[in-house]
Design a protein around this ligand. Structure first.
Ligand SMILES: N[C@@H](CCC(=O)N[C@@H](CS)C(=O)NCC(=O)O)C(=O)O
Length: 258
């Protein structure tokens, strides 16, 4: 099922109208076949170096959707997840991803023989590992000061990406050695919650390399390359990849790359 704005779905995913941190959540909902409200806010560049973020913060900075959600969760941020059926409002990406994973049966589970506690611990570790990678990437995209600064710091950032990729590649090799699959990060034949975020980070870095005229980072990481390819072909994700959300910009326009 594809994202919908007009029905009244139980799950609402709120974020900027970009891929950023919400893409894995949108993918998970599509993968599980649940209808969800994709509540997007737009950050608009005014062309003079300013950015209009009032669709989230409100015209006065404290009178937008954020202010209303703050009444329900003092930690509110973007992304957020609301489970309307149960009156639960969640902030912080990993907490949102973990909540969705529990609700949608994407926390590893025992469906292909995995031990549930072991699978959940594996999910949590990979989620933390990929968040380290994402935080480094955001520092590069948004913190380089200018496009020139972004380009000149590319070597440094991409060397750091390779350190993360080396760990993730080794994890897949380890799963293979144990006879526990090795195509996906936790389960043998199906994705679990961290696969969605790892795929998104790999894909964002592939796009960044292409934008800079650089070669794919995956040539040295055959297991990550195979994962990136296998995940993209999952039939359950066809609706997501056919939806506008899959082609939203990667970052907001304050970034050197979006
Ligand atoms: N640690 C938080 C970071 C969230 C964050 O930095 N959100 C940014 C966009 S990526 C934002 O614009 N938040 C809106 C706000 O501050 O209200 C998470 O993982 O969710």
């Amino acid at each position: 099922m594809s994202p919908s704005e007009d029905k009244k779905p139980t799950i609402e995913i709120g974020y900027w109208k970009i891929r950023g941190l919400a893409a894995p959540m949108r993918m998970m909902a599509c993968y599980a076949g649940v209808d969800f409200k994709d509540a997007t806010c737009e950050c608009i560049a005014d062309g003079e170096g300013g950015f209009d973020t009032s669709s989230w913060f409100g015209p006065n900075g404290t009178d937008g959707p954020k202010a209303a959600l703050l009444q329900q969760n003092p930690l509110i941020n973007l992304p957020y997840v609301v489970d309307h059926a149960r009156g639960i409002v969640i902030a912080q990406s990993n907490a949102c991803l973990q909540y969705l994973a529990r609700q949608l049966g994407l926390y590893g589970g025992a469906s292909d023989g995995a031990n549930t506690d072991k699978a959940a611990a594996e999910c949590d570790q990979i989620l933390c590992q990929v968040m380290d990678l994402r935080n480094a990437a955001v520092g590069w995209y948004y913190g380089s000061g200018s496009r020139a600064g972004y380009e000149s710091s590319a070597d440094g950032h991409l060397a750091c990406v390779k350190v993360h990729y080396t760990k993730l590649e080794a994890w897949l090799a380890h799963k293979q050695r144990l006879g526990e699959g090795g195509t996906f990060f936790v389960m043998q034949t199906t994705p679990a919650v961290p696969d969605f975020h790892v795929w998104e980070q790999i894909d964002q870095h592939e796009a960044a390399c292409k934008d800079l005229g650089r070669a794919s980072l995956l040539a040295d990481f055959p297991l990550l390359a195979a994962f990136h390819c296998a995940f993209r072909k999952l039939p359950e994700l066809a609706a997501y990849f056919d939806s506008p959300a899959s082609t939203f910009p990667i970052n907001n326009p304050q970034a050197a790359f979006y």
